[in-house]
Design a protein around this ligand. Structure first.
Ligand SMILES: [Fe+2]
Ligand SMILES: [Fe+2]
Length: 205
């Protein structure tokens, strides 16, 4: 049987989730601006891409609150406060934040929602946890590339890189210091396979 929503822990957890997602969105947006200032445009796009998804998660939880009474919901929660303009640290802390969400926070919220009889909300918490897991993998991937000095370096001498500014494609173990077409800095290059809409299935070589 479903617990009275007004008295449920799930209602509070939905508000905590909403608050957490809004903050993730803002932290990633700020990280994107820092990456942009450092001309690391691939990393900037990564943060923006993820920030937009966090914004949508916030909306999902907000709608589930579905509370026309207009009252306040008191929450107590800890949120990360790593203030840094070091991109390595921002990638690492973002990966850590995502790991906590998918492995602890949302599984706990799903279990509580199940105990309280909210089947639909259980599946939302689980589905969002799966997305946060993919965010963790993505942040970890770029954090590891950066730490190992491989953000702009590959062992594959035939690696394909794409300039995110003009679309110029370059093959080699490293992208050029400056794009020969638009003169964008090296930070505009990412591996082509990591760029949106460049799957070989849709682009004939
Ligand atoms: Fe999220
Ligand atoms: Fe996330």
């Amino acid at each position: 049987m479903q617990k009275d929503f007004e008295r449920s822990q799930t209602r509070i957890n939905l508000m905590r989730s909403f608050a957490g997602e809004c903050q993730s969105r803002q932290r990633y947006y700020q990280a994107a601006l820092i990456a942009q200032q450092q001309k690391l445009v691939g990393i900037e796009r990564l943060f923006r891409f993820t920030a937009e998804q966090e914004e949508r998660h916030a909306m999902v939880f907000w709608k589930l609150l579905n509370d026309p009474s207009g009252g306040n919901i008191e929450i107590t929660a800890g949120f990360p406060a790593d203030v840094s303009d070091d991109i390595q640290q921002l990638l690492d802390s973002s990966a850590g934040e995502e790991e906590k969400e998918y492995s602890i926070v949302y599984p706990d919220f799903a279990r509580i929602a199940a105990d309280e009889g909210y089947t639909d909300i259980v599946s939302k918490f689980r589905l969002v946890a799966d997305i946060e897991r993919s965010h963790n993998v993505r942040f970890r991937y770029y954090a590891d590339l950066m730490r190992s000095g491989n953000l702009f370096r590959s062992d594959d001498t035939e690696q394909t890189w794409i300039c995110l500014n003009c679309g110029h494609v370059h093959k080699g173990s490293e992208p050029p210091q400056e794009c020969p077409v638009c003169r964008a800095a090296q930070g505009y290059f990412i591996r082509e396979c990591e760029a949106a809409f460049t799957s070989s299935q849709i682009i004939q070589k």
